[in-house]
Design a protein around this ligand. Sequence first.
Ligand code: ADP
Ligand code: MG
Length: 311
Amino acid sequence: MSKRIVIALGGNALGSTLNEQMTAVKETSKAIADLIEAGHEVVVTHGNGPQVGMINEAMGALHDIKPEKYGNMPLSVCVAMSQAYIGYDLQNALREELAGRGINKPVATVITQVVVDENDKGFKNPTKPIGRYLSDKEIAECKEAGIPIMEDAGRGVRKVVASPHPTDIVEIDAVKALIKENNVVITCGGGGIPVIKQDKHYKGVPAVIDKDFASAVLAQKLDADSLIILTAVEKAAINFGKPNQQDLDSLTIEQAEKYIDEGHFAKGSMLPKIQAALEFVKSGSGKTAIITLLEKAKAGIEGKTGTRIIS
Ligand code: ADP
Ligand code: MG
């Protein structure tokens, strides 16, 4: 049965450097093409943590070299750059993969603005890790300069930025029109360019929206059947990383909420995925969210693996 599926790609689908991305998007495109070949209508979103961190750092270095010429690049503009940079590689790789399978479908990236509330408490409390893992020296420098950093799910320390909650997608009608015309659309990259609405104007704000939450809003707006969050683990787990770790096959809304309360899912990594899955599943009947590995996307949709969140 053909489904409308929103696919949210995690960091491992894209790699962290230019070369890694060129290679990674080829494998990623195979996983996406598997679902298209199976007859599903797919819409693709992706994260941008390492990429937006890299762009932000590069633009900061440029500013340091010639401050009189190059002002500080707003973080919202860095997100826009990351959407274009990732979308460019991903749309080309996906079009080639589809063509290789004899599937003639246009693929297009939409630069997307996502609306947040200017009073969102996320602005006061940065939670979203971006960029590289920092060395001990860099950690000390950040502490000295008062730059917010955090431990990222036991893997190292990274800079953190505000991550307000998405409420709306400015270009949603353009996305719908492209889908209607048979396009595979890549949208809401990096959670979308964060903007606040000021009358008729959308103003960029210094934040990075979690792509998992933006994907949930997108999946709701498109009335998708499934939201599949592809990441670096096959299943979400309770007691993650402990000797009694237990991988989860399926979760009801109540079970998921209980495990969240018990603190089983790390902030800034698994927690937003579970929360986004819950938001989507609660938004209508018969909706399923799946969290699994990139290369298991098709098996996940077929119910063979991954963690399913159902109402
Ligand atoms: P992505 O780039 O796909 O968004 P993240 O690093 O943000 O990936 O989140 C996925 C990571 O969350 C996993 O690789 C794992 O290290 C971590 N994680 C934290 N808590 C859990 C948990 N309870 N179950 C499984 N993975 C978890
Ligand atoms: Mg993440």
